[in-house]
Design a protein around this ligand. Structure first.
Ligand SMILES: CC(C)(COP(=O)(O)OP(=O)(O)OC[C@H]1O[C@@H](n2cnc3c(N)ncnc32)[C@H](O)[C@@H]1OP(=O)(O)O)[C@@H](O)C(=O)NCCC(=O)NCCS
Length: 533
């Protein structure tokens, strides 16, 4: 962080206080991925390995299982007096998926919608020098490398406040702040340049790692830095000359974009240059929000020492509209550091960035948790309503197929196949959150009998219990009423009570429209529930 960061009062360490969904399971997943990687890379080309065409040792398929549960690797005990004999490979046991494997697969599939939604999107991720000082740089670099591998275009902006302070202390120069803004004299500018230069090298070095048993194996990332930021002096404000402290005047968005399009990660420091060739000490928040605005980035993410924005009773707010954020800033009840970050997020949103996040640096993997969990771990400020209930389009077919597949497999829903969903897509309503589809339901009208069927009602397990099911039902009811229909029915095997609680009553197969009655599956024995609209 640069000059604007004199205000730093601790807000407490209640990181992720508002976390409601599955952090433990995400951590488990991360552990499983890392263990899987380690298991694979730790396998040496001894007995049971074979080589690919390039000569690299490949682990034996039977030997690279993810810590299978004890039950699946049980081998009959060999009595001490009987010479041990080579064991037959335990192929059938290994083929059976253990709980870890299933969890791995389930969670990988659960994040797929986010990967689809975020691929090709531009994220500006800014982090303070505090993160580096706390030894969290490698973890962040691993996570950024993963996001990059998933197709996201990343601009990183680093801060340098504690590192500048260290340099000043080494030279026995006193830091000077007025209204929370550093006065950058010649000595402080030298310190800022040195701190940024060192940090840049450390970050570039971290991105150059590729040791086989780390998450960076095979990443081959190239990081680009440059004179992308034009600065101007803050000047003299109310009699204080801020000297080399500056503000962003312009970001060379075209050059940054070109680098991103060539697959580079762009790294920006909190320094900028004026057309006269002078360097200015900037704040990382200013550089980040100006960059996000110039690029029309999809997200701006601040990874900071505050956990997010807390509500008046001290609870973390996972989401916040732009209007609420502006009101909170105007009310002036926020701690100074939260207000400082929030004002830069608001600036970016007003500049056309649709989503901006404030997340803690001292939570391992916070950027992944924020992006891939429904509620995230910090605060997301958005310019629009995050949740939207709307009619489906052909673009939603893939997401619907993915959403209902597990329920088709376990028999909760009747399998219908992609082509049927494609054909009937106009019948579907969907609910999405931050661009990711979380629920769907379909309306099949039988106008002759004044009835309609609601089918395929599904809410993703991650989002269940928050009223999305009910919202979808109401939407379908409204659509049915708009068609002049008087009764809505469902066929269900496992969700009877949910519908009974929402005004449905038991009915019989004879009450169904004739065409539906003919198709009734007597083996499935679904219950018929009916509601008067
Ligand atoms: C049924 C379903 C759509 C409800 O979605 P949802 O977003 O969780 O629903 P809501 O948030 O509006 O309602 C949650 C309430 O329903 C209850 N509920 C969820 N599934 C239920 C079920 N199978 N039977 C009875 N109640 C159920 C929850 O316990 C919760 O109760 P509470 O409010 O008293 O705590 C969702 O659980 C789902 O997708 N289930 C699997 C698919 C399915 O069964 N679809 C119906 C096919 S006919």
């Amino acid at each position: 962080m640069g000059p604007g960061t004199g205000v730093r009062t601790a807000v407490g360490t209640a990181c992720g206080a508002g976390l409601r969904v599955g952090r433990g399971v995400v951590r488990t997943l991360a552990g499983i991925i890392i263990r899987a990687m380690n298991a694979r890379t730790a396998t040496t080309p001894t007995a049971g390995t074979h080589n690919d065409a390039a000569g690299d040792p490949l682990p034996d398929p039977a030997a690279d299982a993810l810590d299978p549960p004890a039950a699946t690797v049980a081998v009959p005990p060999t009595p001490a007096d009987v010479p041990s004999v080579p064991r037959a490979p335990a192929t059938p046991e290994r083929a059976a998926p253990g709980p870890d494997r299933q969890q791995f697969v389930d969670w990988l599939r659960a994040v797929a919608p986010y990967i689809h939604a975020f691929r090709g999107k531009t994220f500006v991720i800014a982090f303070g020098g505090e993160l580096v000082k706390a030894g969290m740089l490698n973890a962040l670099v691993n996570d950024v490398a993963l996001l990059h591998a998933m197709g996201m275009q990343i601009v990183l902006v680093h801060g340098s406040r504690p590192q500048v302070e260290e340099q000043l202390a080494l030279r026995q120069v006193e830091s000077r702040f007025v209204d929370g803004l550093r006065i950058t004299d010649n000595a402080a500018l030298e310190c800022a340049k040195e701190a940024s230069g060192e940090l840049r090298l450390d970050i570039e070095a971290a991105f150059s790692q590729g040791l086989p048993n780390t998450p960076m194996a095979g990443a081959q990332l190239s990081v680009v830095s440059g004179n992308f930021v034009t600065a101007r002096p803050v000047g003299i404000v109310e009699g204080t000359d801020y000297q080399h402290t500056g503000l962003v005047r312009k970001i060379d968005g075209d050059s940054v974009r070109m680098s991103l399009q060539h697959g580079k990660i762009v790294l920006l420091s909190p320094l900028g240059f004026s057309p006269t060739g002078q360097a200015f000490n900037l704040s990382m928040e200013d550089v980040a929000s100006a960059t996000a605005t110039a690029l029309k980035a999809d997200k701006l993410i601040f990874i900071t020492e505050v956990p997010g924005v807390l509500d008046p009773v001290g609870k973390l707010m996972p989401e916040m509209s732009l209007r609420t954020a502006v009101e909170r800033l105007q009310n002036n009840h926020l701690p100074p550091d939260v207000a400082y970050y929030l004002q830069h997020l608001v600036k970016a949103l007003k500049g056309g960035v649709p989503r901006a996040h404030l997340i803690p640096f001292d939570m391992d993997g916070s950027v992944l948790l924020e992006l891939f969990l429904h509620d995230g771990v910090g605060t997301m400020v958005s310019d629009t309503d995050l949740e939207s209930l709307r009619e489906a389009t052909l673009d939603d077919v893939g997401a619907i197929v993915q959403l209902i597949a597990p329920l088709e497999q376990d028999g909760t829903l009747v399998p219908r196949g992609r082509h049927l969903i494609e054909r009937d897509i106009a019948n579907f309503s969907v609910i999405e959150h931050d661009g990711v589809l979380f629920g769907c339901a379909a309306l099949y009208p039988y106008p002759r009998e004044g009835m309609a069927e609601m089918a395929c009602l599904t809410v993703s397990p991650e989002a269940q219990g928050t009223g999305d099911g009910e919202r979808l039902l109401k939407r379908i009811e409204r659509r049915a009423r708009a068609l002049g229909l008087e009764r809505l029915f469902v066929l269900t095997t496992r969700t009877e009570h949910w519908f009974l609680k929402r005004g449905f009553v038991r009915a019989s197969v004879d009450d169904l429209p004739e065409d539906k009655r003919k198709l009734y599956n007597w083996q499935r024995k679904s219950m018929v529930l009916m509601k008067k609209l």
